[in-house]
Design a protein around this ligand. Structure first.
Ligand code: ADP
Ligand code: MG
Length: 702
């Protein structure tokens, strides 16, 4: 990768060819150099690692008589004639005829009239696509076109041409020339951090060779091999970072917590239900881990409502029974409070000393709690991120459960694991996450899956609502359900409206429903701009059944649990992500009543339709998670793209899942066999630490 250790003395010296400013490279110059900066390309090595995203295959440059119908091919010719035909309905058909050694071949484009202007008679072009015979002539429908400059010969081009991400002022041909020249003159200087043994195992070319074949491939195979090398290098380095992190936690010491039959029975007696098979399996994983003298590092994946809290409670109470503290951290105050109420109720009548720690607590109360946490008299502590502030000193932390909701990163997770304080850690995600992300973002954790739901759960019936008439029926249905004693949520994307009749606004819908469709019912409004006491009052009224309908923003998303609520209406549903909608829907399958979810959306974009339709077709969160990853790409799911913390440079964990798995096996093996600690791997170690020490909180010594 372009990064090399900073202490390399040759880095800044002028005779370091890779560190040379791009300006001085052949075919670049000061003007292009300034443009390249927009692509973060400043030095030769950065240009060399400006990796093509795909290639155009011109290796099949055919003569006209060689053409075959329906096969991807390319031909070269000179523009002889152009025309635009106006068809019915305002559509156009643009044609460009090439003279290819006396044979006339036509390219056609529907509704792209600008194609006419793009070419002049006499221009030399390559058409690429799948031709067909039309009226005795070859025709390419919507071909891709490469124009040749005056001094360019078609057979110079004939070959595999890389395609690059570009920026304004730099065209594909120009970029190709720069990268090609740089690859030919400088690629051989690129050091290879992968030792030969690793390259052999993974069947990879040398890095210098790979870079050359990416910019100047002579065959598709060569390009593929180069690409595989770049992707695998990206992934292997990342997986090595994760594996190092894993090894680091394995070397920490934790209390060995054995769960006796007596303790087991005592914990189970607290639950008002029989655990599901999935919960039992997860608890078994947990019990096995807790017995070890090294910290557990486990991810609990389950669908919404599968009962993760019971598994968490089991772990926490096992710690408490062994004389250690149990800690539960949630991402929001609403959720922390909810957990607190659940556990407090579960433990009614028990001697376990328990407390809730939130950010905005009165100072005196907070001081008292911190003291009791520090001296160990508090056994079970529940809270928000207020728990990982420096002022919090735990006494003997045995088990930490992190209800993660994708919001805490690896670094926050590790706040629980310092030298003095290494509890067993259980991470729980709100909804299932796609396998590809599990292997990246949570790649250092062991995984337990709960695939079943508690018995008697009704599957929520979900419908997509597209018009006013349908929406009126929804409100009528809400009135009927409330008459039988049920309650409803109505969720809007925003708090305030931007116009009088803004259907995205919770405040406006609340006012509208109160005046109109739901005038006879008791309504309440909840959103994040209300202060905490107000919010709690609203939630208490809804929980007690005093309010029939709660109009809100997504503040109710996390963890809210009102079994009597059976209806979820989501306004402008296309504005929410799949996982978020699934999670919202999870709020209404908590009791034994049939739940109904209405996704109101006028949007007809294919993406929105696909998402909303998927929700009407399945309630399986694992399946929805995979679809979500496919539709949105992994970075967006975890909010990593915005935060700039995408750990991978070239690879995409969804598209390259197979390579991801391969890299994971290789990385773990290198760490487990100790090879990674050998002299041979010192370069790769340096590269991995440079990239990931900060992100993963790794000790610089590896
Ligand atoms: P989540 O996995 O979404 O956090 P919860 O732990 O909040 O789910 O559980 C959802 C609901 O299911 C709670 O009301 C809980 O009491 C109930 N529940 C959990 N496990 C069982 C079980 N084995 N049998 C019946 N109900 C259960
Ligand atoms: Mg939960």
């Amino acid at each position: 990768m372009p990064e090399r250790p900073r202490d390399n003395p040759s880095e800044d010296s002028p005779d370091d060819p890779l560190g040379m400013p791009v300006q001085f490279l052949k075919g670049v110059g000061p003007i292009k150099a300034r443009l390249l900066e927009k692509l973060d390309i400043r030095t030769a090595v950065e240009l060399l690692f400006h990796i093509p995203t795909s290639v155009d295959d011109y290796s099949q440059l055919c003569t006209a008589p060689e053409l075959q119908a329906g096969v991807e091919q390319a031909v070269f010719g000179t523009v002889a004639e152009r025309d635009v035909r106006h068809l019915r309905g305002g559509r156009t058909l643009t044609g460009v005829v090439l003279n290819c050694d006396g044979h006339f071949i036509r390219g056609v484009w529907f509704n792209q009239p600008w194609m006419y202007k793009r070419f002049q008679e006499g221009d030399r072009l390559i058409f690429r696509g799948k031709p067909a015979r039309r009226s005795g002539r070859w025709e390419f429908n919507n071909p891709s076109v490469t124009p040749l400059h005056e001094d360019e010969q078609p057979d110079q081009l004939a070959g595999i041409l890389p395609r690059y991400p570009l920026t304004e002022g730099i065209r594909m041909e120009g970029m190709r020339k720069m990268t090609h020249a740089a690859a030919m003159s400088l690629a051989h200087f690129i050091p290879d951090p992968f030792p030969k043994a690793l390259r052999t195992t993974l069947q990879l070319p040398e890095l210098a060779v790979a870079v050359r074949s990416l910019h100047a491939p002579t065959s598709l195979e060569e390009w593929e091999a180069g690409r595989r090398r770049i992707l695998l290098q990206d992934l292997v380095e990342f997986q090595l970072g994760l594996a190092l992190r894993r090894r680091m936690t394995e070397r920490l010491e934790s209390p060995e917590i054995a769960v006796s039959a007596r303790v087991d029975a005592r914990i189970r007696r607290l639950f008002p239900f029989r655990l599901t098979a999935g919960q039992e399996d997860a608890i078994q994983d947990l019990v096995r881990d807790l017995r070890q003298p090294h910290p557990m590092h486990r991810l609990l994946q389950a669908d919404v409502g599968a009962g993760k809290t019971a598994v968490a409670a089991y772990g926490l109470l096992a710690a408490v029974a062994a004389g250690h503290q149990g800690i539960l951290m949630a991402p929001t105050e609403v959720l922390a409070t909810q957990h607190w109420e659940t556990l407090d109720e579960l433990l009614a009548g028990s001697r376990v000393r328990r407390g809730l720690l939130l950010g905005g607590m009165p100072a005196a109360h907070r001081r008292k709690m911190l003291a009791e946490i520090a001296d160990g008299s508090m056994n079970l502590i529940i809270g928000t991120q207020a728990l990982i502030q420096d002022s919090v000193r735990f006494h003997q932390a045995g088990v930490a459960v992190i209800d993660e909701q994708h919001r805490f990163g690896v670094r926050q997770r590790s706040r629980f694991s310092t030298a003095e304080f290494s509890p067993h850690v259980l991470v729980m995600t709100a909804t299932p996450i796609p396998r590809s992300l599990c292997l990246t973002q949570f790649g250092d954790l062991d995984v337990s899956l709960i695939r079943d739901l508690p018995p008697g759960r009704q599957k929520v019936i979900t419908s997509r609502i597209t018009g006013k008439a349908e929406e009126d029926q929804v409100w009528q249905f809400v009135r009927q359900q409330v008459a039988t004693g049920r309650q409803a949520y109505v969720v809007c994307p925003r708090v305030e409206g931007q116009s009088e009749e803004d259907s995205a606004s919770a405040e406006q819908l609340y006012a509208q429903l109160r005046r109109g469709e739901l005038a006879e019912l008791k309504l309440d409004l909840l959103h994040g701009q209300m202060d905490r006491d107000q919010r709690h009052q609203v939630m208490d009224r809804f929980r007690s059944g005093e309010t029939n309908v709660l109009v809100s923003t997504t503040v109710i998303e996390v963890g809210v649990n009102v079994p009597n609520a059976t209806i979820m209406v989501v306004r402008q549903a296309e504005r929410f992500g799949l996982a978020q909608l699934h999670q919202l829907r999870g709020r209404i399958c908590r009791g034994n009543f049939q739940g109904y979810c209405f996704l109101v959306s006028e949007s007809e974009t294919p993406d929105a339709v696909r998402r909303l339709t998927a929700l009407t077709e399945t309630t399986d969160g694992f399946q929805l998670a995979e679809l979500d990853a496919e539709l949105r790409g992994p970075g967006d799911i975890l909010g990593l793209r915005q935060s700039g913390a995408m750990p991978l440079k070239y690879a995409d964990p969804v598209k390259h899942l197979d390579l991801l798995k391969e890299s994971r096996v290789a990385a773990r093996q290198l760490i487990d066999d100790g090879d990674f600690d050998s002299e041979e791997y010192s370069d790769l170690r340096a590269v991995v630490l440079l990239r990931f020490a900060r992100l993963f909180d790794l000790p610089q010594a590896g």
